[in-house]
Design a binder for this molecule. Structure first.
Ligand SMILES: Nc1ncnc2c1ncn2[C@@H]1O[C@H](COP(=O)(O)OP(=O)(O)O)[C@@H](O)[C@H]1O
Ligand SMILES: O=P(O)(O)O[C@H]1O[C@H](CO)[C@@H](O[C@H]2O[C@H](CO)[C@@H](O)[C@H](O)[C@H]2O)[C@H](O)[C@H]1O
Length: 459
């Protein structure tokens, strides 16, 4: 195992999804799940499929990775670009690129099969039969996970996508459970869910001694569609009216909220829930003030605004998207807007992301995104002033949301403003860490929103 482990350690250090960039991985195997390749598969001969669960202790906070590998007796034709190395005379390939792993993953989920090895077990959970794999390829451009697109035959759709989570967490992954609930509730506003794979692995830090989480999930793939961010940017740049599309997007978000309220638990926003939500918002202000200094001068006024919202009425809490922006909506000419990626904000701790929350957060997320369209065009060369375009789009989006939900979110202005500020504060941290050139987009929004809704604090 040790030669294998050192080869895997060298390899993961270079992967985009390796979280502790710049460090030397210190890994241990805590699971080696042996997958079954469907009988008669053309690439099965001499191939063993193993998904390694690797704990990396390079950082004081250990990270658990899923690393599916295909061990082959002979080199795979065309496999040079995803070869991990040679160990014990066998050729090791990065699983998602190898047809044997791709077939075994879909087979395990579709047939609800179990697998096990080295202290871990995995189970497939089938919701709908997608048919059989004809071909597959890895989706390009992803940062943190690896997705495999399959062409399938014999099922209700021609293509499905399996999202393979690279970093694993105990607990449900909201991307899987929320979209599965929407499919089971009959919603066509998300790609249809087909099933998922979960695993249980040793975790001495937990009372039960084990942890359980999602490894992968399969949903319909809608090829060739543009996301709303690109559609909106183009319209704004050309000064084209976007009211109708924004109105429909508002309707879509309201419909998704409605199905989620019907299919998953909702809870009353009591004093404890409100206090918990506000505490997490205050924490974000403290982090943002340190990482994006332009937020700091507004900190006190923002905190005072949050204190006031504790006394207004909060709607019932329910499951929401959690990180809604224009990049998460695809436009299908047949189907209208379809929402993606219900994983919640990447900077938020995983257990918080599955909690019932306020639907206004999603409304606020989309409002921020229209402002981002104007913000990014203001940064372009030559700059374009799309502020009037953004105001019209924001208004139409809210009109569409109200029309479909029957809830006048404008009457909840204080709360909506607080969530919009909270989102801009989150974005300031996100941009400071990932795209410093864009940090002024959210920080100038903080300034504007504070001027509008949070009057100066008087002594
Ligand atoms: N079911 C799908 N149908 C079509 N495209 C998809 C689908 N799922 C993901 N994509 C494409 O992949 C991109 C990344 O997917 P996403 O779920 O947002 O992953 P990540 O969280 O890694 O950003 C999306 O912006 C979209 O372009
Ligand atoms: O899509 P992700 O889940 O990775 O979301 C993160 O990245 C987004 C950037 O792609 C970020 O969104 C911010 O930038 C968008 C433009 O690129 C803009 O439309 C959004 O309104 C803005 O929040 C998102 O916040 C972050 O969680």
């Amino acid at each position: 195992m040790s030669v294998l482990v050192s080869r895997l350690a060298e390899w993961i250090a270079d992967q985009r999804w390796y979280a502790t960039k710049g460090r030397q991985p210190r890994i241990r195997v805590i699971g080696a799940l042996e997958g079954a390749v469907p009988a008669g598969h053309p690439h099965a001969e001499g191939a063993t499929v193993v998904s390694y669960l690797l704990i990396d202790e390079a950082h004081e906070k250990p990270v658990l990775y899923q690393v599916p590998v295909v061990h082959r007796d002979a080199p795979l034709e065309g496999g040079e670009t995803f070869l991990i190395g040679e160990v014990d005379g066998r050729h090791l390939y990065d699983g998602p690129h190898d047809p044997a792993y791709a077939a075994s993953l879909l087979h395990q989920i579709t047939h609800a099969l179990e697998s096990s090895g080295e202290g871990a077990t995995a189970s497939g959970h089938a919701l709908l039969d997608p048919g059989v794999r004809v071909d597959s390829r890895v989706l390009r451009g992803e940062q943190s996970n690896t997705s495999i697109i399959y062409d399938v035959e014999g099922g209700p759709v021609p293509h499905v996508i399996a999202k393979v989570f690279r970093v694993l967490h105990h607990g449900e992954n909201p991307d899987v459970t929320t979209q599965a609930a929407l499919t089971s509730g009959g919603s066509r506003r998300v790609p249809t869910s087909f099933g998922s794979l979960t695993a249980t692995w040793p975790d001495p830090g937990r009372e039960s001694g084990t942890a359980t989480g999602h490894l992968a999930f399969v949903q319909e793939f809608l090829p060739g569609l543009e996301d709303a961010w690109r559609v909106a940017l183009r319209a704004a740049e050309a000064g084209e009216d976007f009211s109708e599309q924004a109105f429909e997007l508002g309707r879509t978000v309201a419909e998704v909220h409605q199905v989620l309220a019907e299919t998953l638990d909702t809870v009353e926003a009591g004093p404890d829930e409100i206090a918990g939500a506000l505490e997490s918002m205050r924490r974000r202000v403290r982090i943002a003030s340190a990482e994006a200094p332009a937020v700091a001068p507004f900190g006190e006024r923002i905190l005072a605004l949050y204190d006031r919202t504790a006394h207004v009425e909060w709607p019932r809490l329910q499951r929401i998207h959690g990180d809604l922006h224009l990049g998460q909506a695809l436009y299908s000419p047949e189907r209208g807007w379809v929402l993606l990626d219900f994983e919640g904000e990447p900077l938020r701790p995983m257990p918080e992301r599955s909690r019932p929350d306020v639907t206004l957060r999603d409304v606020a997320g989309m409002l921020r995104s229209f402002d981002y369209v104007a913000g990014s065009l203001a940064h372009s060369e030559p700059p374009v002033d799309a502020s009037a375009w953004a105001s019209t789009a924001r208004r139409s989006f809210v009109d569409g949301y109200i029309a479909a939900s029957g809830t006048d979110v404008r009457a909840q202005r204080a709360l909506l403003d607080a969530f919009e500020i909270d989102k801009a504060v989150y974005e300031a941290v996100y941009e400071a860490r990932n795209r410093p050139d864009w940090v002024s987009i959210p920080t100038s929004a903080v300034e504007r929103l504070v001027a509008r809704s949070a009057p100066p604090v008087t002594a």
